[in-house]
Design a protein around this ligand. Structure first.
Ligand code: PLP
Length: 427
């Protein structure tokens, strides 16, 4: 087998026309498949049937003396706060249990920071000359969208095997205009990286010039391993409390990728002082979130131990899909393996793929032509600008196995076509 990079122009040209022929015939099959977002597959959703009947009648609506059908418990149903506290390793008093989306809690927190400031802000953020924000990239597109829409000056921080490059984070944190950072500490979206203990310690002990420097610790994938069993992870609030920096951290989680996406429950955990401060504004925003759904979830998920057993059932559905992606990539991309790179995550929802630099847009356009919609090129970078035009987020959870097999064939063909075209352009 010859690598594309070693082929002469003529051999590569012949290879490209063979690839295009194969591509045209697969295109003719008229596939229509959306792999743009990390959505659970139907079989995953079907696992949670008991959730639909966890509340059947009015007698089921009482929980610890609270009638969940009524207003009240602004900070969340006590049993829901206790559930998330168990999941994240914090005290229930440090947890606010909200509605169906953690993203909404993140957006709202930053909106409040802009309008009123945070507990230690010298002034509301909208009154600052500029707000700079650290964006470890590749990262979660919707985090960056919030920063973009709020007019933050986004600073890209490279990701390493151990999380964000902490030398760079610490350097920027010395600038008082830098107000915070996005973090997905476990199975980062899209790279699937788990922050190392050292990274966690550096976040906790870091010196920050802004008194209200805020770490948005989005633990969206805290119990989401699909291979190799549960990986314990330090509680950021517990670590920060020991270091006296707990006010710096807001942790988020939700059941979106545990039960029903967009119809689960979410939480924000922070120091008591931050919680008291936030409560003053939360009470303006809402009387109480949906406690019926909170109760349904607590009844069904019970506690962290039970949640982990349910996640194992999801793992049985997800593992073959991720294995299929890994197998197809390593089998089909032998001739370009010196030009591409991909990660092999053990949890989360994505495979982060790096095509030959300068070809990601082309790969995504080709896949689209053949009926496979992928996350847009550059989506994992601030302002959609991937400086290498290389990263592509593969989301294998939603399609059925046979569709995924076909989609991955198309994907690999697209990667090879784009690489061959690029190399021919250079030769
Ligand atoms: N955070 C991360 C890192 C995600 O990947 C996602 C969904 O893909 C979310 C948050 C969205 O969570 P929610 O549905 O709770 O808003």
């Amino acid at each position: 087998m010859m690598m594309y990079s070693d082929m002469t122009k003529d051999v590569l040209r012949a290879e490209l026309s063979a690839l295009k022929e194969a591509f045209e015939s697969i295109k003719a099959e008229g596939l229509c498949l959306n792999m743009a977002r990390g959505k659970p597959g139907k079989e995953q959703l079907d696992l949670h049937e008991p959730l639909l009947t966890a509340i059947r009648e009015s007698a089921d609506c009482m929980d610890g003396g609270v009638d969940v059908r009524n207003y009240g418990e602004l900070m969340g149903l006590p049993s829901a706060r206790a559930y998330f506290a168990d999941l994240l390793g914090v005290a229930p008093e440090n947890v606010f249990a909200g509605g169906s989306a953690s993203l909404q809690l993140m957006f709202d927190l930053l909106m409040r920071a802009y309008i009123w400031g945070l507990k230690d802000s010298p002034r509301p953020w909208c009154k600052e000359k500029e707000i700079k924000w650290l964006c470890p990239a590749p990262g979660y597109d919707r985090h960056f969208l919030i920063s973009e829409k709020l007019g933050m000056q986004m600073i890209t921080v490279p990701m390493t095997e151990n999380g964000p490059d902490m030398d760079i984070v610490e350097k920027y944190a010395a600038d008082p205009a830098v107000k915070g950072i996005w973090c997905v500490p476990k199975y980062s979206n899209p790279d699937g990286i788990i922050y190392s203990d050292e990274t966690v310690a550096r976040f906790v002990h870091m010196k920050t010039a802004a008194p209200d420097f805020t770490v948005m610790w989005d633990n969206a994938y805290c119990v989401h391993e699909f291979s190799g069993g549960y990986v314990p992870f330090p509680s950021i609030l517990a670590e920060a409390e020991k270091a006296g920096t707990a006010d710096r951290f807001y942790e988020f989680a939700s059941t979106s990728k545990i039960t029903f996406s967009g119809a689960g429950i979410s939480c924000m955990a922070c120091s008591r002082e931050n919680m008291d401060f936030q409560q003053k504004y939360l009470t303006v925003q809402i009387i109480s979130f949906d406690k019926m759904n909170q109760l349904r979830h607590v009844r069904y998920l019970k506690d962290k131990a039970h949640t982990l057993t349910l996640m194992q059932k999801q793992a049985e559905l997800l593992a073959p899909k991720f294995a299929l992606v890994a197998e197809t990539l390593s089998k089909e991309l032998c001739e370009v393996k010196d030009l591409c790179f991909w990660r092999d995550p053990k949890g989360g929802y994505f495979v982060s793929f790096y095509s030959m630099p300068g070809t990601a847009k082309r790969v995504i356009a080709l896949a689209q032509e053949a009926g496979v919609t992928l996350t847009g090129a550059g989506a994992a970078y601030p302002c959609h600008i991937d400086p290498d035009d290389s990263n592509i987020r593969i989301a294998p959870s939603y399609p059925a196995m046979d569709e995924l097999r076909k989609a991955m064939q198309i994907f690999c063909l697209a990667v090879k076509i784009a690489a061959a075209e690029k190399l021919l352009g250079k030769k």
